[in-house]
Design a protein around this ligand. Structure first.
Ligand code: MSP
Length: 641
């Protein structure tokens, strides 16, 4: 009998930066789904990769002083190493610079042309380069570009000849499709935003650029480059052989995708443009889009300028890959925006994994060895003591599968956690350390019930923590069995040969603070003792806006022997009036024209009846007070960090 197939994709990530905990989240979710489907007995195909063309990448390469291809090549290793370190078992890593992919894109455009869905025209309007998207908007009063309502970044004006795709012709077909497939987008509420967008009237979509050359040449017109989103979306079919007659069977085997995962930022591309391209090319549409929320770090949007971007590689040594995966999958709800917090991460690892799961295994193995019972035979007849636990065990798979079928990862794993709690409660009630002395048969039954429960738990958690659960199963004398139904039915009907292993999980509470402490050197005899100071999170520091500004005017504040009043031009932060206690050290004349460094987001303060709207930074030497300045002049309003 043919096995069922399951094809899952992640977005392909822009290689203008390394992976971070946001891209890790998406990729781990895809890995969990793929592994879960393998446990259900499906043939799976898991695709991830990188999006390497377009204006954003071309500009980033230019800023780095590199040729685009050299620039993008430099990031691939970081992606692949991170995914490997996190045990992400993809089947293919696609790059949009791959020759096969480029051929497929050309093929798709030619199909759209044949269909009569492409025509030449001119685009004149706004473009958000970081999002690589055309947006309707009005310029600001000073002629600056409007802000992209979705990402908040300033857009640039683009006016160029290009090819258009007749997206407007698909408006009704898309609406009809959404109506007939209410589960197309998960969670369901996400469809509302898409419906509103489509119902407001679809405009034809520019699918080529004439001012960008880093990309795939538009078929039949070498002056034009394929629009990066048309190029990127095609990866989902090019990876499985679209457009290559020699791979027709492979394509038929995998396409359409079963689940395409992404965060909410790019749902429009996947729910509107992508289905329309596929409809135009006469191809089936993906079965489901799984859209997760946005991840913040310690309550703030992750951003280089805030300095709070979490590199997954930095989490490996303190916490390990599997515990981080567990935290992401079991604690963050897919439907909502979620916050990555170190203290929560440490709490979850310590409580769920070290205290509840790791300890359970450890206690059982230690007791078994102590009483010479490392081989646990299944009892001839289970006693009534196990009834409650066995019932919970037997119902668990259904609960977990139901939640996973609805992409409710956190609820599915909450059920597993609950069951682990029940096993711990069972041990507590049975007191096997007492049974060992009084009733050996009962003692063996208790240990066997725990081992049987752990056998199922390990399999249910294997998609999330593949390495650790492999170790847990080894401690029970087994390997992973890729058939969850068989696992559950065998769990209480087989013998276990227990092996001693090192503790599975470490308690990690306070680890981050500890690490930060050990990063500060110990005082030596020659060094003065370090000041004892409270540490802050990088996010706390990032909340302070420290910027450069040039003194436009300065004067003495009458009736004050300390204060000077300065007007400092801080670029986009405006001209700030600052009252500063530097009169004893500087004359107003010598300050005008000097570029200083100041904090601009302190609450304004009244001094001598005037408002001070910033604080210039100084360093007090033995005799003089030095005003801090950048070592070379930079634009006013440049943020320091
Ligand atoms: N290259 C496009 C996607 C093309 S797919 C045909 C792109 N790339 S991206 O590098 O910006 O990655 C976007 C995806 O990365 C998001 O949709 C999401 O899956 C993941 N995430 C990036 N930052 C994230 C968070 N802060 N939080 C959650 N997911 C995040 O868009």
């Amino acid at each position: 009998m043919n096995k069922k197939k399951f094809y899952v994709t992640t977005p392909i990530y822009y290689v203008s930066g390394k992976p971070h905990v946001g891209s890790l989240y998406t990729t781990v979710l895809a890995d969990v789904l793929a592994r879960w489907q393998r446990l259900l007995g499906c043939d799976t195909f898991f695709l991830t990769g990188t999006d390497e063309h377009g204006q954003k990448i071309a500009e980033a390469a230019k800023n780095a002083g590199k040729l685009p291809k050299d620039f993008v090549d430099g990031f691939i290793d970081a992606y692949q190493k991170t995914w490997h370190a996190y045990h992400v078992e993809y089947d293919k890593f696609i790059r949009t610079t791959d020759v096969e992919h480029k051929k497929a894109v050309v093929h798709l455009i030619e199909e759209l042309k044949k269909k009569g869905d492409i025509y030449k025209g001119e685009y004149s309007g706004w473009y958000c380069t970081p999002c690589e998207t055309f947006v309707v908007g009005q310029p600001g009063v000073d002629g600056t570009g409007p802000v992209h309502p979705l990402c908040g970044r300033t857009m640039v004006h683009v006016s160029e000849e290009c090819y258009f795709f007749k997206l407007s012709a698909y408006q009704d077909k898309l609406l009809q499709f959404f109506k007939e497939h209410p589960d197309f987008i998960q969670p369901r509420e996400r469809i509302n935003e898409i419906l509103a967008f489509v119902e407001s009237g679809l405009k034809d979509l520019s699918i080529s650029r004439s001012t960008i050359s880093w990309g795939i040449p538009f078929p039949g017109d070498s002056e034009q480059t394929v629009y990066v989103w048309a190029d990127a979306l095609t990866n989902y079919i090019s990876a499985v052989g679209y457009g290559d007659s020699a791979r027709a069977q492979e394509f038929a085997q995998w396409w359409p995708a079963d689940v395409q995962i992404m965060a909410k930022d790019i749902v429009r591309f996947h729910a509107v443009y992508w289905p329309a391209f596929l409809m135009a090319a006469g191809l089936p549409l993906p079965k489901q889009l799984l859209v997760h929320g946005w991840l913040t770090v310690d309550g703030r949007k992750m951003s280089k300028s805030f300095g709070n971007v979490v590199d997954p590689m930095d989490l490996l040594s303190p916490y390990g890959a599997d515990p981080v995966r567990y935290y992401l999958v079991s604690r963050l709800s897919v439907a909502q925006d979620a916050n990555f917090s170190y203290s929560e991460l440490e709490g979850v690892i310590t409580q769920d994994l070290a205290n509840e799961l790791g300890n359970l295994l450890n206690r059982m193995v230690v007791l078994a060895y102590k009483h010479d019972c490392a081989v646990l035979e299944k009892p001839v007849q289970w006693s009534a003591h196990v009834d409650k636990l066995k019932k919970a065990h037997d119902g668990l798979l259904l609960l977990v599968s139901d939640y996973l079928a609805q992409d409710q990862f956190h609820l599915a794993y909450a059920e597993v956690k609950r069951f682990i709690g029940q096993v711990n409660a069972y041990v507590h009630e049975c007191q096997p350390w007492v049974q060992a002395e009084q009733d050996k048969q009962q003692f063996i039954e208790t240990l066997t019930a725990v081992a049987s429960s752990l056998y199922t738990i390990a399999h249910l958690l294997w998609p999330v923590m593949p390495r650790k659960m492999h170790e847990l199963l080894a401690a029970l004398g087994y390997d992973v069995q890729l058939d969850i139904n068989a696992v559950v039915s065998q769990a209480w009907n087989q013998a276990y040969t227990l092996q001693k292993i090192a503790p599975l999980f470490e308690k990690v509470e306070g680890k981050r603070v500890e690490q930060e402490k050990s990063a500060t050197a110990q005082p030596t005899a020659e060094q003065p003792a370090r000041e004892q100071i409270e540490t802050i999170e990088i996010g706390d520091f990032a909340r302070v806006h420290i910027v450069t500004g040039t003194v436009a005017a300065a004067e003495i504040v009458q009736k004050s022997d300390k204060l000077l009043k300065l007007h400092i031009n801080c670029g986009t932060y405006g001209v700030r009036q600052v009252l500063s206690g530097i009169r004893a050290y500087y004359t107003p004349e010598e300050l005008v024209g000097q570029q200083l460094i100041l904090v601009v987001n302190l609450k304004p303060r009244m001094m001598m009846g005037m408002e001070s709207q910033g604080m210039v930074l100084t360093a007090k030497g033995a005799e003089h007070l030095e005003l801090l300045k950048p070592s070379a002049v930079v634009p006013d309003g440049t943020r320091i960090g």
